[in-house]
Ligand binder design. Structure first.
Ligand code: ADP
Ligand code: PSU
Length: 306
């Protein structure tokens, strides 16, 4: 059963194919390993985590009219996410293919998400009522720049708090125009590399992180939670609050895919519930720890042994 404020999450949905090699990867030959297939995509992951936390959540994404789209629609709905805002198109559903080394570190990743270009500004405009109704709006940088700009503008026009997730170093640049326009951003959740890409500043150590954070605060970002992987999270507010919270599962991680998405979901859950920022970020760390230790989604994974 859902409770509390409703959250609208807009962005990408993928079918994730992850290949974990048993031995160091040698290119151009067959590597022994294990492949898993699961639903993914930043916005979809965030929406699922929020739903499992008991939040009323609507996902705004685009799925193909193919088997991957059917699977994502079915499983995400079953997790408790309202899928009524989603678009379908006669295009391939987004996919994410990652090869991990024996320790689970990423060797190569390909995100094939051209379908997101069909979720355009007009599609966002047609869903203005849902944006107005939401207590919190989350957008990931899988959205095209025009869609992002339109969504951010509508969230601001209706006074809805907006969270932005940069997704990757390459996609972080898509958030630049929103920052340049001075649109109020309630929360941004880059990891360290994305923060460096967004600011062009060094991000080694707390002093450097604080300086980079100040630059974003000067561009309208009220709260920042910077994922530090096994080192936890650095948080900073425009009011000058700064802290580092430790990762709760340090040394116990089994698979860190989607960890940042869970941390974002927990933080949004807390903020939308009226908690102070530190308490909200702590909830994010708790939910990230549950994901990296894979306590609760073994059943959702389809194992293909080779
Ligand atoms: N190796 C790890 N061990 C323990 N916790 C981790 C690990 N990697 C990530 N986490 C948890 O997930 C959160 C988000 O992960 P992070 O890697 O910082 O973001 P992203 O997934 O966006 O790159 C961290 O703040 C931490 O709580
Ligand atoms: O350009 C993108 N890369 C990766 C993802 C998604 O992010 C998750 C993995 O990201 P990370 O390694 O940051 O946990 C996967 O679910 C994947 O589908 C995405 O939406 N867009």
């Amino acid at each position: 059963m859902t409770q509390g404020p409703s959250v609208l999450v807009a962005g990408g949905a993928n079918l994730d194919v992850k290949c974990r090699a048993d031995r160091p990867v040698v290119m151009r030959t067959s590597n022994p390993g294990t492949t898993t297939v699961a639903c993914g995509g930043v916005a979809r992951n965030v929406a699922e985590r929020l739903a499992r936390r008991g939040t009323a959540v609507r996902l705004l994404t685009i799925l193909g009219e193919d088997a991957a789209g059917e699977r994502i629609a079915r499983e995400t709905l079953a997790a408790g996410v309202d899928m009524s805002l989603c678009l379908r198109a006669a295009l391939p559903t987004g996919s994410y293919t990652a090869v991990l080394d024996p320790e689970g570190e990423l060797v190569v990743a390909v995100a094939a998400m051209h379908i997101l270009d069909a979720l355009d500004a007009a599609a966002i405009a047609a869903r203005e009522e849902a944006i107005r109704e939401a207590a919190f709006v989350v957008a990931d940088a899988n959205l095209s720049p025009p869609a992002l700009a339109h969504l951010a503008g509508l969230a601001a026009a209706h006074g809805r708090p907006l969270a932005l997730e940069p997704v990757s170093v390459a996609k972080a640049a898509r958030l630049g125009p929103i920052l340049a326009a001075g649109v109020p951003v309630a929360l941004m959740t880059p990891n360290r590399d994305e923060l460096a890409a967004l600011t062009g500043l060094p991000v080694d150590g707390e002093t450097a992180l604080a300086a980079a954070a100040r630059m974003l605060h000067g561009r309208g970002v009220r709260r920042l939670a910077v994922g530090l992987g096994a080192h936890g999270v650095f948080l900073s507010t425009a009011e000058g609050e700064i802290a580092v919270l430790p990762a709760l599962a340090a040394g116990r991680a089994r698979d860190v895919t989607g960890a940042g998405d869970a941390a974002l979901a927990g933080t949004v859950f807390g903020l939308a519930s009226g908690w102070d920022f530190t308490a909200a970020v702590s909830e994010g760390q708790r939910m990230a720890a549950a994901v990296v230790t894979r306590r609760d989604d073994a059943a959702a994974q389809e194992e293909i042994e080779r």
